[in-house]
Design a binder for this molecule. Structure first.
Ligand SMILES: [Ca+2]
Length: 382
């Protein structure tokens, strides 16, 4: 680990690492000419390492996350963008069959509509993280992809910038995703996701969602109301039924009507019985291919809905309650198992067995069996 080295030793080690990496890049088809142009002026960036190491696990309360993700300002700016770029977004929607408000929402989440595309030199960032980071292999793969992008001539080395973690452009593609999915929508032969003009970046995002099965006109999810005495054992991302089946269980839209048949849906309650409930459709999983964190998917989906003109959520998120850290999830599993509610293993991941164990425990305590691994539940078990 570099933390044991002095700064000078680090710089020297970095130079040696680049020299060794040249051979591996060559084997991956990168010419010396591309390599030299890319690494001219490349620097070790201690900030990237510090930020990567300090990415301490912090689980923001979902309500706090959502109030930023779909803040009034971000909604208003997004609506402005759909007007300013109505023509472009309309053509992208017609080409890829992905709803324009969802593309706009990803743009808002990833770079605040292009305002924060990242201005760190990408090759320096990726080389630093490949040399010195805790995920060296991953970043070396990204670095090779980035050199491939330069070799193809999509962007000049000086314009290839990104975030401290190597995500690039308006919608923050990592180099391997760019290589696989980015498109040239302007027709100039270059897939330019870095320029002020967001055309290629937004089209690339639509192409990506289409590739993973986006169904035009299908919502990501709809907020629902659950009937009194609802059996939470049916909830969870894996259990899919038709909206009509859910309707028979008493599940209704917040308008009191049956949820229209957009396809099979799972019922999720991200903060347990004490917060919003949603029926989520296939498009929920498609957004998850961008970033599979539940908060992110709901954030994008809801921001898109607000941009489209739909109302805020009706149910309130529970205030101030954060999610469990990994060590706490492990402890929860251990305590449930010792109390006679086996989670069938202790891995820190709250899967179906853990949910079932939580529900059994909740029933035994006369609590609503929503299976939600909350801090309060852990405290009760301590
Ligand atoms: Ca282009």
């Amino acid at each position: 680990m570099a933390t044991a080295h002095g700064a000078g030793a680090q710089a020297g080690g970095f130079g040696n690492w680049i020299a060794g990496f040249r051979g591996r890049a060559r084997s991956a088809g990168i010419s010396d000419r591309t390599f030299d142009a890319a690494f001219a002026g490349a620097q070790y960036l201690p900030d990237s390492i510090a930020r990567d190491s300090n990415q301490a696990e912090f689980v923001k309360p979902l309500g706090d996350y959502m109030s930023t993700a779909a803040s009034d300002t971000r909604v208003a700016t997004g609506r402005g963008m759909t007007q300013q770029y109505a023509n472009l977004l309309g053509r992208i929607e017609a080409t890829y069959g992905v709803d324009a408000h969802v593309v706009t929402a990803i743009w808002g989440m990833e770079s605040n509509y292009g305002q924060r595309r990242g201005d760190t030199p990408l090759i320096s960032t990726l080389a630093t993280l490949a040399y010195d980071g805790r995920r060296g292999r991953f970043f070396e793969e990204q670095l090779v992809a980035a050199l491939g992008i330069l070799q193809r001539g999509d962007v000049a080395p000086r314009n290839m910038t990104g975030s401290w973690a190597g995500a690039m452009g308006h919608t923050q593609f990592i180099p391997t995703s760019y290589q696989a999915y980015a498109v040239d929508f302007t027709g100039d032969g270059r897939r330019d996701i870095w320029a002020d003009d967001p055309s290629d970046a937004l089209a690339s995002t639509a192409a990506y969602l289409r590739r993973f099965g986006w169904q035009q006109g299908q919502p990501w999810g709809v907020e629902v109301r659950l009937p009194r005495g609802f059996d939470f054992g049916q909830s969870g991302r894996a259990a899919r039924r038709s909206p009509a089946d859910w309707g028979q269980q008493g599940v209704r839209g917040v308008d009191g009507q049956m949820v229209p048949d957009y396809g099979e849906a799972a019922l999720i309650t991200p903060t347990g019985a004490g917060g919003p409930a949603f029926l989520v459709f296939r498009n929920y999983d498609v957004i998850g291919r961008y970033n599979n964190a539940q908060a992110y998917i709901i954030g994008v989906g809801h921001l898109g809905d607000r941009i489209r003109g739909l109302a805020p959520l009706q149910a309130a998120w529970p205030a101030g309650e954060r999610g469990l850290l990994r060590a706490e999830r492990v402890e929860l599993q251990q305590r449930l198992t010792s109390a006679g509610f086996s989670t069938q293993g202790v891995d820190g991941r709250i899967g179906p067995n853990s949910v079932a164990a939580i529900q059994s425990y909740q029933r035994s305590q006369g609590l609503t069996p929503d299976g939600y691994a909350s801090l309060r539940l852990l405290e009760r078990l301590r």
